[in-house]
Design a protein around this ligand. Sequence first.
Ligand SMILES: [Mn+2]
Length: 390
Amino acid sequence: MKVSIISDTHFGYKWGEERGEDTFENAKEAFEESLDSDIILLPGDIFDKKIPKQEVLDRAFDVVATAMEGERTVESDKDLGMLGDGIPVVAIHGTHERRPSSYTNPIELMAESGHLYHLHNDQVVFEKNGQKVAVHGMSGVPEKYAPRVLKKFSPEPVEDAFNILLLHQSIEGFVYTPEDEDYLTLEDLPEGFDLIVNGHIHWYNTEKFDEGDDKPLVLPGSTVTTQMRKIEAEKDKGFLELDTENKELDFVPLDSPRDVHYVELEVEGEEWSKVKELAKEKLEDITVPGEKPLVNLKITGETEGRINPRELKQLFRGDMFLNINSSVKTPSREGGTDLDSIDAVEEGKEILEEKVGTDVEVNQEDFFSLLEKGSASEALEMLKEVDTSD
Ligand SMILES: [Mn+2]
């Protein structure tokens, strides 16, 4: 059987902004490329938010319904409750969709509306021409509970079937997580599975399957870039295609995702005007007319005087989505001006703008100067007054 694995589509990420269509376009390509598959698996974080806007749900229904254009080639041991006679879509929910059990998460909503089959500590077996594929799934749970929940679920491989386990967790050795937090280790993973697929981690890795490891853990990665890490600039975005008969697994890169560049600039005490010129040269090198890549510019070393990353962002606004990550030290001058804290205010404004959005009415300058002066409670009052209704 041919199985497509499409993970972390994050529908709705950057919705309402210039990149608002990216999640849908990328996933649509993956679904269209999967129309010759017998089963499509979605290992979590299909949505970016646990309560997506209805416009986002509408678009998501549309993309996932692409599977209905395919052909039903398999029988299942359970009633999938899916509309039409298309390709079965099996999903677990991820960290971004998880809600308390008495609440409805968007994956449950998609299952109720006949768009997919939702698994949480459960399995479904498919059959085609006498061949069986068993899909077991544990939806995302808080990391510290994951080892216990998995143990309680304790999925048993189905005999004479190709057994796939879907997870959506941090796993030791594959993700950077704070050391004090408990999370799954390779040891916790059950044995006897032909493939263990973990969503959640946004860059693909199929090494353990390729090497024939007895814990064949693979990461499909995400179809969209949500964090500009170096590793995301180095690896393509795409999905996995599995042939259970030949036990072959391929990563299929997508054309739709934006290019990601990770640009490093090391400075040695130059003034901002010079740093800006150096950065400009590097950024102009990767500018391609008609395309807007995601660029992370990392400036390290030392500069003289105040830096102004905003100026660069403004300059390349039409050419790229530029994120500037500067860890430069600005030597303090006499007079006691704390240049580091000015830098922190600048950076804070950037982060606030990125995370909260520009449409929020808060005077960021005042907000951070209040924090800087140590008036946290006044700053908090200011945040509380922010009107986010739209
Ligand atoms: Mn994710």
